[in-house]
Design a protein. Structure first.
Length: 328
């Protein structure tokens, strides 16, 4: 059975790499089908994720926020020793609520700080800017919208850059993708600059699975919203109710995965792409993965990418770590 075929009476130019159109065409033409998780975050998706972060079973946000509060001054000493002004870059800032607490603590400790939130969502940056203006009006906030590596600010000689990549977002990458990402970050940092990673660690499989398959159904709505976005932006005719969210966790690999499962044999068309995509009953779209790490593996990974692993701050009750990586 042909899985991808031309839609009747339609034609379209090849989409540009790195766009939603390109990634949807490539992913829905693959076996198994996949869609990049970065496209979850349209306006509704961002709001749904804010709801997810408040769910009782979704521990990563809660635990990471507590680590940032508890170890804020130690993080400052480890990531930016000395008294040089700091340019704090947050890659994928979201609503910035955790970072607001960190910025407040660093300012209180006497740091000279400029905050540069980076995100692909202009709506998220607008909301973050408004929140920072209300709660930390003296903090210079200079947002950057777009791809991190295309918008990365040129380092200034008198400022130390500290990059934050929180929320265990590194775990959304495969091992090869994570190494490639860290090497690209390292290229943009000078010796003496730092990267602070928030990483989810391996723990009881039941705890992990509950974080990605909540009984309230918010995570399911978050995943299914991706189909609504494709309908809106690519002229597709997905029926979201014809798919169901499914989450799994493999404790041997330490990977949580999310899927959308087709509930019947069906064909989905795209007016923008000029293509049709066939689904079998039970066929899946892989929408997200989340790697859970171990300390030895993290150290090997960051060192292979040009960093020295510095301080490690861990919550032992619900294992999660903040890791300072120094650019060598």
């Amino acid at each position: 059975m042909h899985r991808v075929r031309e839609a009747p009476a339609q034609s379209a130019p090849a989409p540009l790499p790195g766009t939603l159109a390109h990634d949807a065409l490539t992913g829905l033409s693959a076996q198994p089908k996949r869609l990049p998780s970065k496209y979850f975050y349209d306006t509704r998706g961002s709001r749904l994720f804010e709801q997810i972060m408040r769910l009782p079973g979704y521990y990563p946000t809660r635990v990471e926020a507590a680590l940032l509060r508890t170890h804020a001054e130690a993080l400052l000493a480890e990531a930016a020793p000395g008294d040089a002004p700091i340019e704090l870059l947050e890659l994928g800032c979201g609503d910035g609520s955790k970072t607001l607490t960190l910025c407040r603590a660093w300012l209180k400790a006497g740091a000279t700080l400029v905050y540069r939130p980076m995100d692909i969502s202009p709506q998220a940056l607008d909301r973050l800017g408004a929140r920072m203006a209300r709660q930390l009006p003296l903090l210079p906030v200079r947002p950057l919208c777009g791809d991190y590596f295309q918008t990365w600010p040129i380092p200034q000689a008198h400022r130390r850059q500290v990059a934050l990549f929180l929320g265990s977002n590194l775990g959304n990458f495969t091992d090869a993708e994570a190494h490639r990402f860290l090497r690209r970050v390292r290229v943009h940092l000078r010796p003496g600059d730092s990267l602070v990673l928030g990483l989810d660690l391996r723990k009881d499989p039941h705890t992990v699975l509950a974080a990605y398959d909540d009984p309230e159904g918010v995570t399911a709505a978050f995943n299914l919203n991706l189909l609504t976005r494709l309908n809106r932006e690519l002229g597709m005719d997905f029926v979201p109710d014809a798919f169901r969210h499914y989450a799994s966790y493999c404790p041997l690999q330490g990977v949580a995965r999310s899927y959308l499962v087709s509930q019947a044999q069906q064909t989905v068309h795209s007016r923008v792409l000029g293509r049709a995509f066939d689904f079998l009953a039970g066929e899946v779209i892989h929408t997200e993965q989340s790697q859970k790490y171990e300390r030895a593996g993290v150290q090997a990974m960051v060192e292979a990418c040009g960093f020295a692993m510095g301080a490690w701050f861990e919550d032992r009750a619900l294992p999660y770590a903040l890791v300072v990586c120094r650019a060598e």
